[in-house]
Design a protein around this ligand. Structure first.
Ligand SMILES: [Zn+2]
Length: 230
């Protein structure tokens, strides 16, 4: 009788432990599931510039990757920086040649030609190509649908943004608070920054805040479905 009771207690204990373990494992999966869905892409337009090396260093120190949408002529001037950021696994894409709407959309083909030129320059520097593009001033509303379709036909991946930090007119504090405000309740964010001294100054803080909020900071790669205004 005593043995039977002991047996029941042992079996109940094992059963209880199995239930507890499965609940804990289940919870962990759910927690991980939610965490892994929070993704932030930090993007830098208009480079490379004299600031790029500092930006890359800050990203490296924080063990995260950013994405650079580069202008053709700047790539030619800062070849070594282009090589460095590509070698280190940061995302690399293009931002055109002229950065001028009247020239970009002068003809049906002028925009696509600008980005093909970027790709040739990038190939000459790195031996690689990229299909990532960011249209100056965003794809919408300036870009005609027919021109957008040409980009798709050429295999380009058009990336706009979900958070405009307005860093060209904001103080460092405003840049950070813009991100905090516009990122609320968003699972996947694409942050638009430009290469300038203010961005350099507040980049550490931006990264810290994103990490604190549970975002996985990743580079944009070809296998990610582009986030754009279409
Ligand atoms: Zn730009």
């Amino acid at each position: 009788m005593k043995k039977l009771r002991k047996n029941i207690i042992v079996k109940s204990f094992v059963f209880f432990m199995l239930i507890a373990a499965s609940i804990l494992l289940g919870c962990r999966d759910i927690v991980n599931g939610v965490e892994s869905e929070k993704i932030a892409y930090i993007t830098f337009d208009d480079g490379p510039t004299k600031y790029t090396r500092q930006i890359v260093d800050i990203l490296d120190e924080n063990n995260v990757k950013g994405t650079f949408f580069m202008l053709n002529n700047n790539m030619i001037v800062f070849k070594n920086v282009v090589k460095k950021l590509v070698d280190e696994g940061h995302g690399a894409g293009f931002h055109g040649v002229t950065h001028d709407l009247s020239k970009l959309y002068e003809t049906e083909d002028s925009a696509i030609e600008e980005f093909k030129t970027c790709n040739r320059t990038f190939y000459n520097i790195t031996g690689k190509t990229s299909r990532l593009v960011r249209i100056p001033f965003g794809s919408k509303p300036n870009m005609l649908e027919s021109i957008y379709n040409k980009f798709l036909e050429e295999g380009f991946l058009v990336w706009d943004w979900t958070i405009d930090t307005e860093d060209w007119k904001s103080s460092q504090d405003q840049i950070v608070s813009n991100i905090l405000y516009y990122a609320r309740e968003k699972e996947e964010i694409v942050i638009l920054l430009h290469e300038n001294q203010r961005t350099v100054n507040c980049l550490n803080e931006i990264i810290a805040i994103l990490k604190e909020r549970g975002y996985d900071i990743r580079p944009i790669t070809h296998d990610v479905k582009p986030k754009n205004f279409w």
